[in-house]
Design a protein around this ligand. Structure first.
Ligand code: HXC
Length: 264
């Protein structure tokens, strides 16, 4: 499908470092980057999540490396970046997809629960960008942060994740300005409800699924492919003047949320 939309070998010669790269949205993004010709390092805490994903990429003719690292621990991130550069010789693309989440009311959320999600989503994103900087500035590159739309509204039971993703948006804009001069572009994608993801399984009660689908202006849930396409565009030279953008990919869902006026 991608071949029909994007040029073959869109990212040939590039090396990508993808956190959360084994499963879900970023698993798809990692595979799409590999299909577009990039060599890809898949990074997350659990090697058992990564190896099958790396193997699938290799089986499809791509180049993939599985590297275990906890994005909260700067030393582990530095080592993962060093391993990637040792193996593939360079670094061009960073995708920050590692995230933690669960539903919990703020009044029941422990400080450690709040901090854990902020540490994975926000501090993890900073750690990876910071550790990759020296390598990225050699040739320029593209950073893509996976954000959300939760933080645009007062989303209940998401104090932790919404705060973390608001921070990710802020970091995206700051790095775009500070690192643009090195030809490092920093952008984000804010996915809406995407089918077949851990986020949807964790956050959406099955009985509410049809109701939510009906409220999405385009009347369908997103597919991982939708995020892959946005990611390929933002990581490619087609987006070479796009820096600091947060691209919402949600079928218009958040704009249509909680409006007082509706035909029903
Ligand atoms: C309340 C919880 C909790 C829950 C964990 N905690 N799960 N609190 N409800 N369901 C609290 C714990 O009690 C603990 O605080 C603290 O968080 C740390 O928990 P640990 O289990 O020790 O941490 P850890 O093993 O590091 O992992 C926690 C986690 C993990 C990262 C939150 O459970 C997790 O979420 N894994 C799934 C990853 C995932 O789903 N990724 C996709 C995210 S989707 P105390 O005080 O007890 O010590 C996404 C999209 C958002 O981000 C947008 C959607 C539309």
């Amino acid at each position: 499908m991608i071949e029909h939309i994007f040029a073959d070998n869109l990212l040939a010669g590039r090396v990508a470092f993808v956190t959360g790269g084994g499963t879900g949205i970023t698993g798809g993004v990692a595979r799409a980057l590999a299909e577009a010709g990039a060599r890809v390092a898949l990074v997350s805490r659990k090697r058992e999540h990564l190896e099958p994903a790396a193997e699938r990429i290799r089986a499809g003719g791509g180049a993939a490396l599985a590297v275990a690292a906890d994005v909260r621990v700067y030393g582990e991130v530095e080592r993962a970046i060093a391993t990637t550069v040792e193996q593939f010789g360079r670094l061009d693309i960073i995708v920050n997809g590692a995230a933690g989440n669960f539903l919990c009311r703020a009044e029941e959320l422990s400080p450690n629960g709040f901090g854990t999600v902020v540490d994975i989503d926000l501090k993890g994103t900073f750690n990876v960008c910071r550790a990759a900087f020296d390598e990225l500035k050699k040739r320029g590159g593209a950073i893509l942060n996976i954000s959300a739309t939760l933080q645009y509204l007062g989303t209940q039971m998401q104090a932790h994740a919404a705060a973390a993703k608001a921070g990710v948006d802020s970091l995206t804009r700051t790095l775009a300005v500070e690192w643009g001069g090195y030809q490092i572009r920093t952008n984000a994608i804010a996915p809406g409800p995407i089918e077949d993801t851990e986020g949807m399984k964790r956050l959406l009660v099955p009985a509410l699924k049809d109701k939510l689908r009906h409220r999405i202006p385009v009347r369908r849930f997103g597919r991982i492919r939708d995020i892959e396409h946005a990611a390929l565009f933002l990581c490619s030279d087609a987006a070479s003047f796009i820096n600091g953008a947060i691209l919402v990919v949600d079928g218009g869902q958040w704009l249509a949320t909680s409006r007082l006026l509706s035909p029903e």
